[in-house]
Design a protein around this ligand. Sequence first.
Ligand code: DAH
Length: 336
Amino acid sequence: MVDQLEKIKGELEQANILTGEELEEFRIRYLSKKQGRITELLKLIPTIEPADRKAFGQQVNVLKTIAEGMVGEARTRLESTQRSSDVPSDLTLPGSAFDTGTLHVITETRNEIVNIFERYGFTVADGPELEDDWHNFTALNFPPEHPARDMQDTVFIEPPGDQHDGILMRTHTSPVQVRVLKEQKPPVRVIVPGRVYRNESISYKSYCLFHQVEGLYLDEGVSMADLKHLLHMFSRTIFGDDVVMRFRPSFFPFTEPSAEVDIWWKDDSHPEGGRWLEILGSGMVDPNVLDALDIDSEKYTGYAFGMGIERIAMLKHGIPDIRLLYENDLRFLSQF
Ligand code: DAH
């Protein structure tokens, strides 16, 4: 019996498995359930004298482990050589292209907008998406019960209570103006890119969440003409010199006077050859906002604006429906 063990051990040391057939022969010879030579020895273990049984059993198991290891190693080796022989013999053929990811068109547009304003000396500020009623409305001169609050359908998280005056998803990036002015005294020149939420009906140009870039410039002697100039330069940079824009009077509680900017969206299929799309609200910061933050509104004036990133992306790329930006359909996304 011990002879058998030695013999098999010697054979395993000599064995050299080179092909699939040799591998199969090896496996059957030593390990098959019915006639494998190592399997036969395993079956003999119960018949061995009790005194020798343990040592014998151990040796047979060592052989089994070695043989199984050889089968595993040969199988991996043969599979990998087979794979490498699948390589086309003409190595000069062009390879297959990998699909690499790209930035989402909203991110790309955001970065472009931020770059433009950085060139004008604006720095980037940030604020929370979960906001309180005071920052989102009250501090921006929306008195309680004021109808202007309805201009922005709000997603409330908690109604006003003893601890706070209401928690909500911010409806615009304008509350960050307040947060910045609490920390920083003029001169202040910041932009705030960020996500905002509205509980409003969804259409081709409005979605329940979207992105804005807020801007605020507060210093001595800042005028509406400065604002108009900046927004003209901005539109020409982002849309091209032939952009058609209009500056239209409007109303916001936190600016006086206020204006909106529309861009002409050329569309030959439209009866009038296109339509106006509003991209931003703006105006001169209302003195009430400054006074509430203890900033001298006699000394300092400023302008502010808030623009919709999605609308700008739609105009730039001719995207007809804002919802496409949120569906994550690769056939759409891979066009950018
Ligand atoms: N926050 C306004 C909105 O979302 C847009 C806006 C208007 C922002 C005037 C401003 C501003 O900073 O001055 O509708």
